[in-house]
Design a protein around this ligand. Sequence first.
Ligand code: HXC
Ligand code: NAP
Length: 295
Amino acid sequence: MTMNERKGMMRADALKGSVITITGGGTGLGRAMARYCLELGAHVCITSRKEEVLKKAADELEKETGGQVLPVVCDVRNMEDVERMHASVLDRFGRADGLVNNAAGNFISPTERLSSNAFKTIIDIVLMGSVNCTLTFGKHWIAKAERDRTILNIVTTYAWTGSGYVVPSACAKAGVLALTRSLAAEWGRHGIRSNAVAPGPFPTKGAWSRLVPGEMMEKFDMTKRVPLGRLGDHQELADLVAYLISPYSGYVNGEVVTIDGGEWLKGAGQFNMLEMVEPGMWDAIEQMVRGTKGS
Ligand code: HXC
Ligand code: NAP
């Protein structure tokens, strides 16, 4: 199946009547998630800092899907913005069923070049932004005893491996993963599920321009890092996200699902570099190894 042929996997009514809020939903992966939620019958709120981007995305998504999109300007670092955004969702749709903490900030840099404010900026967007939205939606759900609610956090595989050159992001995403697992245990009894998705490389303008700028794209071919030899397709991620916020995943709580074509394991396995050995060399290598006797 090619990228253009890929159709969504979920039943057409999987999210019918649900209201899903996606932070950073006007661009990149958030927009792909928003589009698929709309196709599955959800009403969607998309948020970010740029009004024009949001309004354009909302218009386009409504035309493409026939669904209803509420664009709300909201800096997730600012609790007043988040509370106003949450109130707008309730005002427009009368309910809130799902929260996708997708908004993020990131850039590559040797850590010794970072100022304290550079580090804080990423922590504030990624970790505190997810915390602010989670607290706002979660407190409301618990106070109103509204059950069958879902929080889905978008992390990345270096949330558990760590990674040089994106250290603030790695620290923040690790925090978001801890938030995911902690609240799965604490808020499960309120009927609030908390899960995460860890994508590998999915091409977006926001990520690519900050992580593989200019010629770095040719120098560091991302597809070579992935056992499947390709980048992710946005619909593949949208399928997983839609499943995890839908009632079909009703017994999944506290999970982080990796969707990276095997990328992080390839980097982790000590001998995976042996793929560089020419196949014709293996007879000679085997003989050498078999010929080794004793210590
Ligand atoms: C060093 C930098 C820097 C850089 C900014 N700073 N860019 N330091 N190298 N390239 C410093 C600034 O000098 C400042 O510190 C501080 O960071 C804040 O910068 P601002 O520009 O004032 O911040 P702001 O306008 O809030 O912009 C935030 C941003 C920007 C993160 C810097 O890039 C942004 O808005 N990004 C949003 C979208 C995004 O990043 N998308 C990619 C997500 S990809 P001082 O000390 O000078 O005040 C992703 C993928 C993960 O997460 C996994 C991939 C596989
Ligand atoms: P993106 O298009 O840059 O998405 C980030 C979004 O967050 C933008 O819409 C941005 O909008 C918004 N945002 C940033 N700061 C914000 C703030 N303070 N308040 C509110 N919104 C803010 O990049 P993407 O690739 O789609 O990334 C989406 C998610 O996937 C992120 O969580 C990222 O870490 C994760 N991810 C991506 C990849 C990948 O390969 N692309 C891999 C792993 C994980 P504004 O700037 O207009 O506010």
